[in-house]
Design a protein around this ligand. Structure first.
Ligand SMILES: Cc1cc2nc3c(=O)[nH]c(=O)nc-3n(C[C@H](O)[C@H](O)[C@H](O)COP(=O)(O)O)c2cc1C
Length: 216
């Protein structure tokens, strides 16, 4: 499964089988995390037993309490931490999809019950639920490309592909509060239009755009 295929088949899954992730897969996940932590200067952590991470009423009601494992998205608390978490966390989400697992980014979780190691100067931004879904989720309602783009109107294929993949990106409460602008010199700006965890969203959107742009 390519990353593009992973983007197309991925949906948030909030109900999981009572089945732990096999040890050989745990090793693959930890290898991938090491690679992404290095590229993104992050401290993403795979926590095999999600424990009570999702025992807050909202997450429980959503079904997330059934997730066997969790990824804690931790990193050095600088200005672009949220965006880096979005970009490299989504790379991990797509990898997990490629190895047959399901995920859900979760801004609402129980911080105190998450067994993440957060060092001095670091911050735990968000978690990602992971496991074998009872279903594969479903396609989200999406804005149209015209609602999230600006700039030049003669749009090359690579830009259209990038936007198409960006519209398949998960965003908090499916807000899709981003704008992608194509400039005259072919450079691209990503604009955060605000909203809850919108900087994490922007990183995720950039990750999808880059995959779409290079799949030409
Ligand atoms: C930054 C972020 C935070 C999210 N937080 C939650 C959450 O707390 N609870 C939840 O059930 N879903 C959460 N989601 C999942 C979104 O609701 C979901 O991605 C969106 O509705 C689009 O659906 P899709 O992921 O199936 O494409 C979050 C997604 C993102 C990107």
């Amino acid at each position: 499964m390519t990353e593009t295929e992973a983007i197309i088949s991925r949906h948030s899954v909030r109900s999981y089988e009572d089945k732990p992730i096999e040890q050989d897969k745990v090793e693959l996940i930890n290898d991938k995390i090491r690679e992404l932590n290095e590229s993104g200067n992050l401290n993403l952590q795979f926590i095999e037993d999600a424990g009570k991470t999702y025992n807050k009423l909202f997450s429980r009601a959503a079904g997330l309490g059934s997730a066997p494992s969790v990824i804690a998205c931790v990193g050095k608390d600088d200005e672009d931490l949220d965006e880096r978490v979005g970009y490299y966390g989504e790379k991990l989400v797509l990898f997990l999809q490629q190895i047959g697992l399901n995920t859900c980014w979760t801004g609402t979780f129980n911080r105190k019950n998450t067994e993440a190691v957060v060092m001095d100067g670091e911050r735990l931004v968000i978690t990602i639920a992971v496991g074998y879904g009872r279903d594969q989720g479903k396609e989200h309602r999406s804005k149209d490309a015209s609602e999230v783009t600006q700039g030049r109107t003669d749009r090359p294929e690579w830009f259209k592909n990038g936007v198409k993949m960006a519209l398949l990106a998960p965003t908090a409460i499916n807000q899709q509060k981003f704008t992608i602008r194509l400039n005259d010199d072919d450079s691209v700006d990503f604009i955060d239009n605000g909203g809850i965890l919108s900087k994490v969203d922007l990183g995720i959107v950039k990750c999808h755009f880059d995959i779409g742009r290079s799949s030409n």
